[in-house]
Design a protein around this ligand. Structure first.
Ligand SMILES: *Cc1c(COP(=O)(O)O)cnc(C)c1O
Length: 372
């Protein structure tokens, strides 16, 4: 055993691990898969890996995982049907960075365009538009959390003859509702806008949505110009990460010279996590498309089961079609904390991410039935 730190520090570490371990089985209210195992990668933590710059142009130093990062980007570019000859992307620090990057590219393309997003969009969207000093309009949603397209059309019509940027949320934070990119395109035509950039914020549900039938329109073939996903949600990874894919030629809008690193400054941050791409690469090797599809199907089945169980005990509950998220009337405070349930305006949700088991759902239902 190494003795870099003393017994007290070591005890702190053990206590901390025990604390996380205890919370793990009760993690059903936030979207992170916890069924991963990356033990084979542990030796790599003995090395610095810095993927600074463009993953397609390797930096001068050797301590990077750019080849694996490119494979990860290509895998998701294929999944999201990005044009073979016009695609680019990188592994981000999470869904937020992918949203910021996409809106940065969109602003460079359409500097004066208003950004429209729904009131159920993730908080990273208004943050990004604030940082980028973009004008914004918030579009109303239906009860399900999906965009109200009549309101979208009306708000776009105020910009007839001009370019607009629209953020489609593919899996809203509370209800996992999806905005329809085909309908958004049609609304733009109806409203008479002169050009549109559509960003799909698919942080939560991009992967299951791409793999499950019936297909929901949200990807490049459906008319999106960029897509951002989180890596620590459906896939699962020990550290937050994500992937952003854009139409290849658009990245030129934000390219800055390489300076001394040997690779252009074309991402949001300078130094970038070189381990995260390896985790995603490893998950791709392990699961592949069919493995991911199986994971998504099992999660859907479990969500349907949880919904049915809530109905069986007479607990108010509902669920959008084909989602891993089940909405339920908020239980007592102590259960909200015990089960770490995201809660808003009297409603909570559980998310059947891979790693949530039927036994967990049963234990949760049993707790609800015991509630006075
Ligand atoms: C989680 C999420 C984000 C933010 O992703 P992070 O990885 O937490 O930065 C953005 N949009 C949606 C819809 C999300 O679910």
């Amino acid at each position: 055993m190494l003795d870099y730190v003393g017994g007290e520090a070591r005890r702190r570490l053990r206590d901390f691990e025990a604390h996380i371990q205890a919370a793990y089985p009760l993690f059903i209210g936030f979207p992170g898969s916890v069924d991963f195992s990356y033990q084979e990668l542990y030796p790599l933590f003995n090395y610095l890996l810095n993927n600074v710059g463009d993953p397609y142009i390797e930096p001068l130093h050797a301590l990077h995982s750019a080849p694996m990062e490119r494979e990860v980007v290509e895998f998701f570019a294929d999944m999201f049907r990005a044009p073979k000859d016009d695609r680019w992307g990188y592994v981000t620090s999470g869904g937020t960075e992918g949203n910021l990057y996409s809106l940065y590219v969109a602003r460079e393309l359409m500097p004066k365009a208003v950004v429209l997003y729904s009131d159920a969009a993730h908080y990273s969207i208004p943050k990004a538009t604030y940082l980028l000093r973009q004008k914004t309009r918030v579009v109303r949603t239906r009860k399900t959390g999906e965009m109200n397209y009549a309101d979208l059309t009306k708000k776009m019509a105020a910009h007839a003859g001009k370019q607009v940027i629209v953020v489609a949320t593919i899996g809203t934070t509370m209800t996992e509702a999806k905005d329809n990119v085909t309908t958004i395109r049609d609304a733009g035509r109806k409203a008479g806008v002169s050009g549109m950039y559509i960003h799909s914020d698919a942080a939560l549900a991009g992967i299951p949505t791409a793999l499950l039938e019936p297909r929901w329109p949200f990807d490049f073939a459906d008319g999106a110009d960029s897509i951002s996903i989180s890596g620590h949600k459906f896939i699962g990874s020990p550290m937050p990460c994500g992937v952003v894919i854009v139409r290849g030629h658009n990245r030129e809008l934000v390219r800055r010279p390489a300076e001394y690193t040997g690779s252009p400054d074309i991402t949001i941050t300078g130094s970038r996590n070189g381990h995260a791409p390896i985790f995603l690469w490893y998950a791709i090797q392990r699961w592949g498309i069919e493995g991911f599809r199986g994971r998504a199907q099992r999660s859907l089945e479990l969500a349907a089961y949880a919904h049915a169980e809530l109905q069986r005990i007479g607990w108010p509950a509902w669920r959008n079609p084909n989602t891993l998220t089940v909405m339920l009337a908020s239980p007592a405070r102590e259960l909200i904390y015990k089960w770490q349930l995201a809660t808003y305006e009297g409603w909570s949700h559980l998310i059947c991410m891979p790693g949530v088991t039927r036994e967990r759902v049963d234990a949760f239902i049993a707790d609800l039935t015991k509630q006075p």
